[in-house]
Ligand binder design. Structure first.
Ligand code: ATP
Ligand code: MG
Length: 242
């Protein structure tokens, strides 16, 4: 699919990720096997596919959490592979909001401290960071649980906290792995509505992984993975091209 280069925020070329590669004597699982993908600014993309098809691995590659075995991921024109660990950490804190499939909240911090952490690590004072964190929690309906530790929260509450943490720094791109997997239908709708708002009003870009056919059906663009490859990449008829 041809994409306009000037508005491409994420450019993935022939990216592969092999775990325990056969050439290194391992079992040789190629989780992502030669993916090409270009995402424009303000796009809303859903990635679907069966369990084990490589969705999480691909999302981790897009977010610079995993480094590819080969191929490249360019975010806002910068090849993530050229960045050292420190520079990559800065890009991840400022430009990327990542929602992990398993939430990854730190158990020893309260919810508001978890959400504020990316800002604090970036040098913001605690009080200011926590104020922003409370605003982010309010957007997912979780401000009333700000002082709780993650283990005192339900799965869906932790998931909404993880979403707030991803949004707190106002990232250029939100990468969300099954962000509604633990949510009831009302909260799922609310989260999807929030993501749409980010795209439509704040010109952010959202790439989310979902098993939920209803969410995929509502996304303007759906990328379907199979065996580590892109099986199809469809822009809905009538959807804006970006
Ligand atoms: N750290 C790892 N080491 C070895 N193999 C891995 C690792 N992570 C993932 N895999 C394998 O890579 C493949 C893709 O995994 P991935 O987690 O990307 O799938 P997924 O599409 O996100 O699945 P699900 O829908 O169940 O979350 C699977 O076969 C998995 O077992
Ligand atoms: Mg997964």
């Amino acid at each position: 699919m041809e994409r306009r280069v000037d508005v491409v925020i994420l450019q993935v070329e022939h990216v592969r990720k092999a775990f325990a590669p056969a050439e290194a004597g391992g079992t040789g699982v190629t989780a992502v096997d030669g993916v090409d993908l270009a995402v424009e600014r303000s796009e809303f993309v859903a990635i679907t596919g069966s369990s084990g098809s490589g969705k999480s691995t691909l999302l981790h590659l897009l977010g610079g959490i995993t480094r590819p075995t080969s191929g490249s991921v360019r975010l806002e024109g910068v090849d993530l592979a050229t960045l050292g660990d420190e520079a990559l950490a800065v890009v991840r804190r400022r430009r990327i909001g990542f929602v992990f499939q398993r939430y990854n909240l730190l158990p020893e911090l309260s919810l508001v401290e978890n959400v504020a952490l990316p800002l604090v690590l970036d040098g913001m004072r605690n009080a200011a960071a926590e104020e922003r964190a409370r605003d982010a929690l309010a957007r997912v309906g979780m401000d009333h649980r700000a002082g709780h530790r993650p283990d005192a929260l339900s799965g869906g509450e932790q998931q909404r906290g993880a979403i707030a943490r991803a949004l707190v720094a106002g990232p250029a791109i939100v990468l969300a792995d099954e962000p509604t997997g633990a949510l009831d239908s009302a909260n799922s709708r609310r989260v999807i509505e929030l993501f749409r708002e980010l795209v439509e009003r704040e010109a952010q870009t959202v790439v989310l992984v979902t098993h939920d056919p209803a969410i995929a059906a509502g996304a303007p663009r759906v990328v379907r993975m199979r065996d580590g490859r892109v099986e199809s990449d469809t822009i809905a008829a009538g959807a804006p091209s970006r």
